[in-house]
Design a protein around this ligand. Structure first.
Ligand SMILES: Cc1cc2nc3c(=O)[nH]c(=O)nc-3n(C[C@H](O)[C@H](O)[C@H](O)COP(=O)(O)OP(=O)(O)OC[C@H]3O[C@@H](n4cnc5c(N)ncnc54)[C@H](O)[C@@H]3O)c2cc1C
Length: 313
C-alpha cells in the first residue's frame, strides 16, 4: 500500500491530541505513515506512529497556500492517502487538499480500514441513522477523522525530519490574530461533555453544569441549539448538526429532548447519560443511563457525588 500523509496540528510545540488520533488511524491501516506539520522540526519525534516527518517552513497562516503545500507533499512522497483530524483547521484544509488532488473527501470518519491496497472509510450518514462504508476511485484517498474515536499509536515519531516550504502565493492573508482565553475545555477536545438544553429554564442555571464540569476537572460544557438561539450560551458550545460533533468518553444531556439534529452531533459518544423530567423524551432512546427527574434538583446532588469520589481518589 502507498504511504498515507497525515497533517499534524502543533500547539505549544507538540502535536494536538486530535492529530495523534489521525496518525494512529493511518498507522493502524498498516501503511507507511508520514506526518507533515508547520514549524520546527523538533516536533517530529512527538508525532507518534509516523515513520517519516516533514516540517513545512514559510507562512502557514493562509489555508489556501498551506493546502497547496500539503497537496505537493502528497505528490512528492507518492502517497495514496491524505488524512487530517476533523478539527476546525482540518475541516478547512482537507477539502482544499482534496480539490488540488482531484479526489473526493470522506469527512468526519469514525472508521478506517485497509484491505489490500484499498482503503475504506466508515462514517455516519443521515444524522447518524445509517453507517456508510465508502471507497474512493480517485488516485488519493482523502479523509478527516472524527475526534475521540481513534487511538493514538504507542510508537514514538521519527528521529529525523525532512523540510519543505509553503511557496504558493496566498489568495487571502491573515493580518492579525486575537486568541480568546478560556479556562474551559472545548467540547470537541474534552473527554467529558456536559450539555444543557432548554429544560434548564434559563441562562443562570448553566452555573449548575459549570459546577459539575469543575467537579470532573476534565469536562466541557455544551449546549443544544435552542439554548444557543436563546443567547444563553455561545455558538462555540453548540452540539449537533449545525454545531460541533463530539465523541467524548462520557456525554451528559441535561434538559435536552433529543431532537435528531442534536443526536447527529453526539450519538457516537462512548457513554451517554440523559437527565430529563419527561420519561418519554427521545434522548432516552440513545442513552446508556437515564435519570428521570428535575435537572435543577439532580445536578447539585450529582456534583456533590463526583466531588466526593474525586476527594477519595
Ligand atoms: C436545520 C436544523 C438544524 C439544527 N441543528 C441543531 C443542532 O446543531 N443542535 C441542536 O441541539 N439542535 C439543532 N436543531 C434544533 C432541534 O431540532 C431542536 O429544536 C433542539 O435540539 C431542541 O433543544 P432542546 O432539547 O434544548 O429543547 P427542547 O426540545 O425544548 O427540550 C427541552 C427538554 O427539557 C426537558 N425538561 C424541561 N424541564 C426540565 C427539567 N427541569 N429537568 C429536566 N428536564 C427538563 C423537557 O422534557 C424536554 O425534553 C436544528 C434544527 C434544524 C431544523
Amino acid at each position: 500500500m502507498k504511504p498515507i500523509l497525515v497533517f499534524v496540528e502543533i500547539t505549544a510545540g507538540a502535536p494536538r491530541r486530535a492529530s495523534l488520533e489521525a496518525l494512529g488511524a493511518a498507522r493502524a491501516t498498516g501503511a507507511e505513515t508520514v506526518a507533515v506539520f508547520c514549524g520546527d522540526a523538533s516536533a517530529a519525534a512527538a508525532c507518534n506512529g509516523a515513520q517519516k516527518a516533514i516540517a513545512l517552513g514559510g507562512d502557514s497562516s493562509s489555508p489556501d497556500a498551506l493546502a497547496s503545500a500539503l497537496a505537493d507533499a502528497v505528490k512528492n512522497n507518492d502517497c495514496g492517502g491524505f488524512i487530517a483530524a476533523a478539527t476546525s483547521a482540518g475541516r478547512d484544509l482537507a477539502p482544499r487538499v482534496a480539490a488540488h488532488l482531484d479526489a473526493v473527501l470522506f469527512s468526519d470518519c469514525t472508521g478506517l480500514e485497509a484491505s489490500g491496497d484499498q482503503l475504506t472509510a466508515r462514517r455516519p450518514w443521515l444524522a447518524g441513522k445509517v453507517i456508510a462504508d465508502l471507497v474512493s476511485s480517485a488516485d488519493v484517498f482523502c479523509a478527516t477523522t472524527r475526534l475521540n474515536i481513534f487511538t493514538p499509536s504507542e510508537d514514538t515519531g521519527p528521529d529525523s525530519c525532512d523540510a519543505a516550504a509553503i511557496t504558493a502565493e496566498p489568495k487571502a492573508r491573515v493580518t492579525s490574530l486575537e486568541a480568546k482565553t478560556s479556562a474551559r475545555l472545548d467540547v470537541q477536545e474534552a473527554p467529558v461533555v456536559i450539555s444543557g438544553g432548554r429544560g434548564l429554564g434559563d441562562k443562570e442555571q448553566f452555573k449548575l453544569l459549570e459546577d459539575l464540569s469543575t467537579a470532573f476537572g476534565n469536562a466541557a460544557v455544551g449546549a443544544s441549539r435552542a439554548v444557543v438561539d436563546a443567547g444563553w450560551r455561545p455558538h462555540s458550545e453548540q452540539v449537533g448538526q449545525t454545531g460541533k460533533t463530539v465523541s467524548p468518553q462520557l456525554y451528559f444531556a441535561v434538559g435536552i429532548s433529543g431532537a435528531i439534529q442534536h443526536l447527529a452531533g453526539m450519538r457516537t459518544s462512548a457513554v451517554i447519560v440523559a437527565i430529563n423530567k419527561d420519561a418519554e423524551a427521545p434522548i432516552f432512546k440513545v442513552a446508556d443511563y437515564g435519570i428521570v427527574g428535575d435537572a435543577l434538583e439532580i445536578l447539585p446532588v450529582l456534583t456533590k457525588a463526583i466531588q466526593a469520589v474525586k476527594a477519595e481518589a
